[in-house]
Write a protein that binds this ligand. Structure first.
Ligand SMILES: Cc1cc2nc3c(=O)[nH]c(=O)nc-3n(C[C@H](O)[C@H](O)[C@H](O)COP(=O)(O)OP(=O)(O)OC[C@H]3O[C@@H](n4cnc5c(N)ncnc54)[C@H](O)[C@@H]3O)c2cc1C
Length: 380
């Protein structure tokens, strides 16, 4: 496959790099410390069209490919991975599920305000007792004639505090296993929705993560997204996009950590010479960039298969598996190259190390990716 980005893709990537250098790199430490994403930052990105990156132009988005979006996401996540995941979930999961499975009416109703960044999307799949085994979710949606009543608790919901729209997976048939799951678009200002306290996380602290409870939340029938009982399949399909997004989040963090480590190795002197003179350090640098480049190729392969409308389930999981493990390895080595200073908050690698960890956990753990890949291999 040819992984050359188009002129347009490269232009968007360059713009994102400039934005990250100006607005994210200098402030990421503060966002991490305060555990928040400023509203002004969201508004600035909305102006740039980042909340409608892959939303078709007819619904007010930029209508660009997943491949182009991934170039942008890498740059933004290098600058601030906590903010980057908000854009990834919003574009790759919430707008995407509406785009792929929503009725024309639902698309008209939600996509323009989501693309404009006025309504931020949050994805509510995980529950306290249903993580990797997402099909065992207990949230219910009871048919009440012209509407559904949703009851249940979702956990680890990214961007819950900022959300205008919740994509909620609930059981419309509690006895039908995964075939009883249906997807709903729920307005965040609906009566009966309560947000929990923000989770105190190890990393990506700029990202908001919290529990969301639904008690007798009335959802109009027309807000059923896709088909009754097909919600689990839809969630799995859409997670392919999300997994490419997390791959590029990981690549962005890893490249930023590498850049810091490279510079530090030239600046830091021991034994009267830069530590970059030592082969032990040189080989680390060689391994790190080789792994990052390999991850980027895997990520672009998955994105381009998706853009071409070809099957990409295995490739998306392979990309996520490889890139997220790679990012943890690279960040670990970046800390090592910094010696004791890598353990101190003043140095960005300390944050990159913490931020990278979650990429192996969400949108399917490392083990979950191996389950997907091996199942696909064994069915051949
Ligand atoms: C910061 C953050 C943000 C998140 N954002 C969202 C969000 O926006 N929306 C959302 O829906 N979810 C979100 N999640 C949830 C995330 O997707 C889940 O945490 C993840 O799917 C794992 O589920 P779990 O935590 O319940 O772990 P569990 O499923 O309990 O897994 C525990 C361990 O057991 C392993 N395991 C489980 N089953 C198997 C098996 N069959 N074989 C081998 N190993 C297995 C897992 O790999 C893991 O190592 C977020 C999580 C975090 C930490």
């Amino acid at each position: 496959m040819d992984f050359k980005l188009t002129e347009d893709d490269l232009e968007f990537k360059e713009m994102a790099r400039e934005f990250a250098e100006k607005r994210l790199y200098p402030n990421a430490e503060q966002y991490d410390h305060e555990g928040t994403t400023p509203k002004e930052l969201i508004e600035e990105c909305a102006e740039l069209g980042y909340f409608g990156f892959t939303v078709p132009e007819e619904y007010g988005g930029l209508g660009l490919s997943a491949t182009a979006f991934m170039g942008v996401l890498e740059e933004l996540c290098g600058g601030c991975a906590g903010f980057g995941i908000m854009l990834s979930v919003h574009n790759s999961l919430t707008c995407e599920i509406l785009k792929v499975f929503g009725s024309e009416e639902l698309k008209q109703k939600y996509l323009p305000s989501m693309a404009a960044g006025e309504k931020i999307g949050a994805y509510c799949l995980t529950e306290p007792n249903a993580g990797t085994d997402a099909a065992s979710l207990a949230t219910s949606a009871e048919d009440k004639g012209d509407h559904y009543l949703i009851n249940g608790t979702k956990t680890f919901v990214t961007s819950a505090m900022y959300a205008g729209v919740f994509i909620v997976f609930a059981k419309t048939d509690p006895d039908a296993g995964y075939k009883g799951v249906t997807c709903f678009i729920v307005d965040a200002d609906s009566d009966g929705i309560t947000l929990g306290n923000p989770e105190k996380k190890m990393g990506i602290k700029a990202s908001d993560t919290r529990e969301v409870s639904f008690v007798d939340v009335k959802v109009p029938k027309e807000n059923l997204c896709g088909e009754l009982g097909k919600g689990f399949r839809q969630a799995v399909t859409i997670l392919n996009s999300g997994r490419i997004g997390v791959s590029f989040q990981a690549i962005g963090i890893a490249q930023a950590a590498f850049n810091e480590a490279l510079q530090y190795s030239k600046d830091r002197k021991q034994f009267n010479q830069p530590i970059s003179n030592f082969q032990a350090i040189q080989f680390k640098l060689a391994d790190m960039q080789t792994q990052i480049d390999a991850g980027r190729l895997m990520g672009y392969r998955a994105a381009q298969l998706k853009d071409a409308g070809e099957p990409c389930h295995r490739e998306c999981s392979m990309s996520k598996l490889f890139c997220t493990q790679m990012a943890n390895m690279v960040c670990n080595e970046a800390v090592q190259i910094h010696g004791g200073y890598g353990y101190i908050k003043e140095y960005a690698v300390e944050r990159y190390f913490r931020d990278a960890r979650v990429t192996e956990l969400y949108e399917g753990t490392t083990e979950a990716q191996k389950m997907v890949i091996s199942k696909d291999l064994l069915k051949e």
